[in-house]
Design a protein around this ligand. Sequence first.
Ligand SMILES: [Zn+2]
Length: 292
Amino acid sequence: MPNWLTNFVLPKIRAAVGRKEVPDNLWTQCPGCEQTLFQRDLAADLMVCRHCGHHFRIGSGERFRLLFDGAAFEAVELPKTPVDPLRFRDSKRYTERLREAQAKLGAGSDAVAVAQGRIGGIAAVVAALDFAFMGGSMGIAAGEALLAAARLAVERHAALVAVPSSGGARMQEGILSLMQMPRTIIAADMVKEARLPYIVVLTDPTTGGVAASFAAIGDIIVAEPGAIVGFAGARVIQETIREKLPEGFQRAEYLLEHGMVDMVVPRGQLAATLARVLKLLREPLTLPAAPA
Ligand SMILES: [Zn+2]
């Protein structure tokens, strides 16, 4: 029954407590183990849960700082591409969705960002996808970005490292989006034909048209622990084949066991591992030429 306690005292207590509430961004709950993590610790741990090792998704900027020597890199300006060529609209206009994503990630940005620098002292160009930008979906801008990254790698005689994090093709660009699949294959081939390393670092998630194009053809394919990698979602496959899928299906570790991935490397060891791999692949080129 309401009385002076519920009517008068309780609202005052609520108001007093409410004012001291902890800001949302101070704590994060781990989706892996449900532990509450202090945001500052999580950032210090490279966004990996210290209790269960769950790898949180990170943006391209964090990825560049993580991979390049001394966190030093130069952002590469990417070619301008046509905006909303199909004038697509679902529940919202595509241009509206682009504006919202760019408000988060910067004017003129899209799902792929490219930077150059050195990894273990070896020249490298890194193309990283931002899942926060419309699910890392691949449209014309992403295709152009990968081609630009590949051209730059060839020009600078550098290795190309692609770091996908994507739900696949960008449906708002229809067939133009699907056409980016062969274009990104061409990009990777340009690097391979120049006898330069093309390395893929699969991160969570890598699915759809991205999993079926440039993400699948690295000279060496590395994956972050627990990353979901596959073309179609597990539920769709299960419903189609009417069979129960094995434990850990489409996870990085499962793919390693089945030969689809060369290495599963925790985020903290990623830069050192890439440095070692690049050194092994590039060192023969620095050997002195045999006397004529
Ligand atoms: Zn955890």
